[in-house]
Write a protein that binds this ligand. Structure first.
Ligand code: DUC
Ligand code: ZN
Ligand code: ZN
Length: 463
């Protein structure tokens, strides 16, 4: 890969990247004799002149074929991982689910079967723990040995995924002992269920009431409580899909106190607001996700959190449901609208737009979308960096290309785009997964099944 600007979390250098097999062999000063000789004998030479060369993106929060409210998210591992590749994401970490009454191992096995032989890019799993009891706590230890080192708990969804404070404390205590990381969905679900029932009783059934019944204060409250439980347990905690100013303030305070508290946000909380939920008719259903889109003022706080590193990862929470027939399950009752937005294809481009708009630096883009997710979820230095020995997951990125996002041109298996009409500067040109070109000139040239399961080590940020 000759002539590009190689960008890492710490800087950008003019360099050629030499790949042998599945790995990066060397990164050498641009135009060196070494690179020229290597290129002369190479099978493929990719011209990266006037392009950025960045490590493949790592999206640590996706939901392919996820059951929700009587339906399944619309992307399979095949279509979703292909869409990820189009957008320069070469690793996804999806959430396997422990069904109530089943074991964690059964949940993991079910998701391994869904993904095996289908993925365009490499993948790993977190586990959603639905029953916290002696047997699931013991299983957490074994899973860490199998490379599943992070466990999601919910403070929302009573009767479904909800864990009470005692269950959360026990899971955190276990994680404190075995090196696991608890990932938290921090919304006070008990209070939310009261607000939802009251709204429906008043006849408030439109999608916009999804936001008003899940106020940001209840994300802030749950975030505060989870941090105190983590302190009692002496465990790290990682907040998924952080959306609210109040929640961010809790994370900032905890990090200022030196605690192992981490958080991600998602493009929808940076670019979209609760106004979308008030679109005419039932259109707002396209924007129903949890936590909900927030009033527009929260966006600036999220961007600031990315700059200060109180938000250290951007994931997508990709959980697509078609408008037709899936989102429509909630016509007449917003609480039945499947929660989730499509986004896995657009994360790298949307956050790059943050660079174009002067909100974050170029290196920070790479750090947020690749390097930090790799370290947070035990994949570094195999992933997340362009360096000798790392997997050759590489993106040749044209920072000046223009594109317009649209359901007509995206590759996700969903009938609408949450970012319809967005004009962005920057686009992936060539994408390699472990040395194999998977996307080139707007075409998918990979194969389903190229992507392999990744055994991860534990969080590399813990102090
Ligand atoms: N939480 C997620 O992380 N994804 C989809 C829905 C939810 O509540
Ligand atoms: Zn969640
Ligand atoms: Zn999610």
């Amino acid at each position: 890969m000759l002539g590009g600007t190689v960008v890492s979390a710490t800087g950008a250098v003019e360099a050629d990247v030499l790949v042998e097999g599945e790995r990066i062999l060397a990164v050498v000063a641009r135009g060196s004799a070494l690179a020229r000789d290597f290129a002369a004998g190479a099978d493929t030479v990719i011209d990266a002149a006037n392009r950025l060369v960045v490590p493949g993106g790592i999206d640590p929060h996706t939901h392919m074929e996820r059951p929700f409210g009587g339906t399944f998210s619309a992307d399979s591992f095949e279509t979703g991982s292909r869409a990820a590749a189009f957008g320069g994401t070469t690793t996804i970490i999806d959430f396997a689910i422990q069904s109530r009454g089943s074991s964690l191992a059964e949940g993991l096995e079910a998701w391994q079967v869904k993904a095996d032989g289908r993925c365009a890019v490499d993948y790993g799993f977190h586990l959603i723990v639905s029953d916290v009891d002696e047997s699931s706590l013991t299983e957490m230890d074994a899973l860490i040995g199998e490379g599943v080192t992070s466990f999601k708990l919910f403070m929302a969804y009573p009767g479904v995924f909800y864990s009470d404070d005692g269950a959360i404390l026990q899971a955190m205590q276990r994680a404190a002992g075995n090196g696991g990381t608890v990932m938290m969905h921090a919304e006070n679900g008990i209070a939310i269920d009261v607000l939802v029932a009251q709204a429906l009783a008043r006849g408030e059934s439109n999608p916009r009431f999804h936001a008003s019944t899940r106020p940001s204060l209840l994300e802030g409250e749950a975030t505060h409580r989870a941090i105190q439980l983590a302190r009692v347990a002496g465990a790290p905690v990682y907040f998924v899909h952080l959306s609210a100013t109040e929640a961010l303030a809790e994370v900032v305070a905890a990090r200022d106190a030196g605690l192992n508290v981490f958080a991600e946000t998602c493009p929808q909380y940076l670019f979209l607001s609760a106004d979308e939920l008030a679109r005419p008719g039932f259109e707002g259903a396209k924007y129903v996700c949890s936590p909900p889109l927030r009033p527009v003022e929260h966006q600036a706080a999220m961007w600031r959190g990315l700059v200060t590193n109180d938000l250290s990862v951007v994931s997508t929470d990709h959980c697509p449901f078609c408008f037709s027939e899936q989102k429509e399950l909630g016509a007449g009752d917003f609480s039945r609208i499947p929660n989730g937005l499509p986004g896995v294809e657009h994360r790298m481009d949307l956050i790059h737009q943050g660079v174009v708009d002067g909100r974050i630096r170029l290196e920070r883009w790479v750090e947020l979308c690749s390097t930090t997710p790799a370290r947070m979820f035990g994949l570094y230095p195999r992933k997340g960096v362009v360096a000798p020995g790392a997997d050759a997951d590489l993106v040749v990125y044209d920072p000046a290309a223009h594109q317009r996002l649209s359901a007509a041109s995206h590759h996700m298996a969903v009938d609408y785009s949450a970012y319809q009409g967005f004009e962005l500067t920057g686009r992936c040109e060539v994408v390699l997964s472990r040395g194999r070109v998977v996307v080139e000139n707007g075409e998918y040239v990979g194969v389903a099944g190229h992507g392999k399961f990744l055994q991860r080590s534990t969080n590399q940020y813990l102090v």
